[in-house]
Design a binder for this molecule. Structure first.
Ligand code: DC
Length: 223
């Protein structure tokens, strides 16, 4: 099986690019951030705050996270409920960042991610795919863009969805999450030694998909 790791900070365009490239290559696109968001949602539903003052492992025993692909589109389930939309709020973003710093949560989600790559040709996006989840991935990319660009894009996305947000909050969220994600002790966000840097600050989505697909096709033979 072919696996392509796509890591990078929040809002660099990873998921939109990955969706386009996966379609182009006929691979499945796995958004691993959605898994952390799903675990985070469980804690939100239980009224637990981002400081996570509770027995994490005990809570994980009550959580089942499933991932299914409906016409190529990923859906995530929390204890049987499709929560694919509910995990897309700023609150769920912050909670995902908080739970993702917990070793028990990362261990809980690791097997599921590896199994998906074992059974399918995947394009997997996250923070530690090239470094931890799939260290033997066929190709690894580290997708970046400036914090301002990323905040701009995320802000537009949320406004289009009808969320009531202001730019300052979105920008601060991005900077806080960058800091948390790259300074945590376990699986911090950093490029794998053998990853290819891909900066999207000055190219749009269409160009990014085209460029990344071309690099992949050049390096591996995709039928
Ligand atoms: O990609 P995203 O914004 O949906 O991710 C939500 C949070 O989950 C983000 O703060 C970092 C964390 N995450 C992670 O630690 N490891 C991954 N493989 C994917 C996401």
């Amino acid at each position: 099986m072919i696996s392509i790791a796509l890591d990078g900070p929040a809002g660099a365009g990873k998921s939109s690019i990955a969706k386009g490239v996966a379609k182009e290559l006929g691979f499945i696109y796995v958004d691993t951030g959605a898994l952390y968001r799903t675990v985070g949602l469980y804690f939100i539903n239980r009224g637990i705050g981002t400081e996570l003052e509770c027995d994490i492992e005990k809570n994980l025993n009550n959580i089942s996270v499933d991932i299914k692909f409906v016409e190529g589109v990923q859906h995530v389930f929390l204890n049987g409920e499709d929560v694919s939309d509910k995990i897309r709020t700023p609150e769920a973003s912050m909670m995902a960042s908080a739970v993702s710093a917990k070793p028990a949560v990362r261990a809980f989600l690791l097997g599921m991610q590896r199994k998906l790559a074992e059974d399918n040709n995947v394009l997997m996006d996250g923070r530690d795919i090239g470094t931890v989840v799939l260290p033997e991935a066929t190709l690894k990319f580290f997708v970046t863009a400036s914090a301002e660009q990323r905040a701009n894009r995320r802000y537009k996305e949320l406004i289009e969805k009808g969320e009531k947000v202001n730019y300052e909050d979105v920008y601060n969220d991005i900077v806080t999450r960058d800091y948390n994600d790259s300074h945590r002790e376990i699986a911090p966000l950093k490029p794998a030694k053998d990853s290819i840097m891909f900066d999207t600050s000055n190219i749009n989505l269409e160009e990014s998909v085209e460029k990344l697909s071309a690099i992949i096709k050049e390096r591996i033979s995709v039928d």
